[in-house]
Ligand binder design. Structure first.
Ligand SMILES: Cc1ncc(COP(=O)(O)O)c(C=O)c1O
Length: 439
């Protein structure tokens, strides 16, 4: 365990800019199995963060061994070359979305979430010309130059941002933060009409009647970094219908919510909306490779619209990444009871978190569960402190949970989807101890 305090805790040869050294004590992990990680001092941690919901299948060395055995003879390929493995993975990925939407599409690969969101914006621009992008307050779509413009926190734009991009933000779908609903009573018709005014003469935003178009409307079916917020379904349907009437390409950011993280295969199925472009990554790889995908409804990504050469990068779709996805897709295919099982996980998390929260009413305002995610809403901005206590307070084991700067009163919980009842009991015990310490 690195116990050095202050900025000097960052080793002199290590980059300091990412989140690794945000805490004075940073565990160094040496192994993982199932839902558990072990650090170099032998302390075990129940991982309820799971690389931001990426490790759906837990830590499983067999998965990686199997994947690499599928690409031993082709460890690398020039990025402009085709292979049977690439074609196989593309067609499997296409069906993942096309089957859900009942419409054919095309799949582009990319390296990570932010890059894939940029590719999605390129596809929208190819259809509509470069124009305004409409997003939602509380959104997080990445930290690259362009996606930092879409993400809500201005912190992400301080050092690099594509300031030329015009971005318009619809009001927050989080009733706790929405000025129209100070008591958190849910969306009203006023809230719904607030997301359907753009494109009018008074709105200051272009649309179908203007030369300056809205190129894309981008949404998350459940805001992750924004504090695990699910937009009211009618609110989201109004926003999507309006965007479509105005000619915008509707982009679903399913980077976090995709592949059953919030229940159904795609988060947008919860609200019953039908996007034109779907972006996902985490649930495809179990964290074993850098690969994301952009599905676009035909003909948005067809070669006469989105021409060959519109996007490329050296490592996109290298065989090792494709083999990881191919192996993970086999696992998903074999999990025939996933809908029912994730529903059970939701109930099990709700039950345990509610029981612990009820013992600490002055600290916890409420808990919610949605599929394989849950959120703990605290009575004040103590999420960072509680995250630390989750890791350190219990004498026998720690737990890893997520918190974000955008929601400093919310702890996000998104364990591997394969977590069992016994591990959830341990999680509840650690949660209880952490709250006692916080109190
Ligand atoms: C909803 C959402 N969009 C975009 C991203 C950015 O993905 P990446 O970190 O792979 O760039 C994330 C990452 O957590 C995310 O949760």
């Amino acid at each position: 365990m690195n116990k050095t305090e202050g900025p000097s805790r960052v080793p002199p040869f290590a980059g300091a800019g990412n989140l690794v050294y945000r805490e004075p004590q940073v565990p160094r992990f040496v192994s993982g199995s199932g839902c558990w990680l072990t650090d170099d001092g032998g302390r075990r941690y129940l991982d309820a963060e799971a690389a931001n919901g990426t490790v759906a299948w837990g830590y499983d060395a067999e998965l990686l061994r199997e994947a690499y055995s599928r690409c031993e003879s082709l460890p690398a390929l020039p990025s402009f070359c085709e292979s049977d493995l690439r074609l196989k993975v593309l067609s499997r990925l296409e069906r993942l979305v096309s089957d859900a939407l009942g419409a054919p599409g095309r799949v582009e690969l990319d390296l990570g979430g932010a890059q894939a969101m940029e590719t999605a914006l390129r596809i929208a621009a190819a259809a509509n010309g470069p124009g305004t992008v409409v997003v939602v307050e509380g959104a997080f779509h990445g930290r690259s130059g362009v996606t930092s413009m879409l993400s809500s926190s201005p912190r992400y734009r301080e050092l690099l941002a594509a300031t030329g991009l015009e971005v318009v933000r619809l009001p927050s779908p989080d009733c706790r933060r929405c000025p129209h609903s100070p008591v958190g009573g849910g969306c009203t018709t006023g809230c719904r009409s607030a997301v359907t005014r753009w494109g009018s003469e008074l709105s200051g935003v272009g649309g179908k009647d203007f030369g300056r178009k809205v190129s894309a409307f981008v949404f998350e079916s459940v805001q992750n970094v924004g504090g695990m917020v699910e937009p009211d379904h009618l609110w989201l349907r109004s926003a999507v219908d309006h965007a479509r009437r105005q000619g915008a390409v509707v982009i679903a950011d399913e980077i976090f919510t995709g592949m059953h993280r919030v229940g159904p295969r795609w988060g947008f199925q919860r609200a019953g909306v039908t996007p034109d472009v779907v972006v996902t990554s985490k649930g495809l790889t179990n964290g074993g490779a850098a690969l994301s995908m952009v599905w676009s409804r035909e003909p948005l990504g067809a070669p006469d619209r989105y021409r060959p050469g519109s996007h490329s990068s050296t490592y996109i779709g290298i065989p090792s990444a494709l083999a990881v996805v191919d192996t993970v897709l086999d696992r998903w295919e074999a999990w025939t009871t996933v809908d029912k099982d994730v529903q059970r996980l939701e109930e099990a998390m709700r039950e345990r978190l509610t029981a612990v929260a009820s013992r600490h009413p002055s600290l916890v305002q409420r808990v919610d569960a949605m599929g394989g995610t849950a959120r703990i809403v605290l009575a004040g901005p103590h999420a960072g402190r509680l995250r630390h206590l989750f890791r350190t307070a219990h004498p026998r084991a720690g737990a890893l949970v997520a918190t974000t700067g955008m929601a400093d009163d919310v702890v996000n919980v998104h364990p591997p989807l394969v977590i069992g009842e016994a591990d959830l009991d341990v999680f509840a015990e650690i949660f209880d101890t952490a709250l006692e310490e916080l109190g």
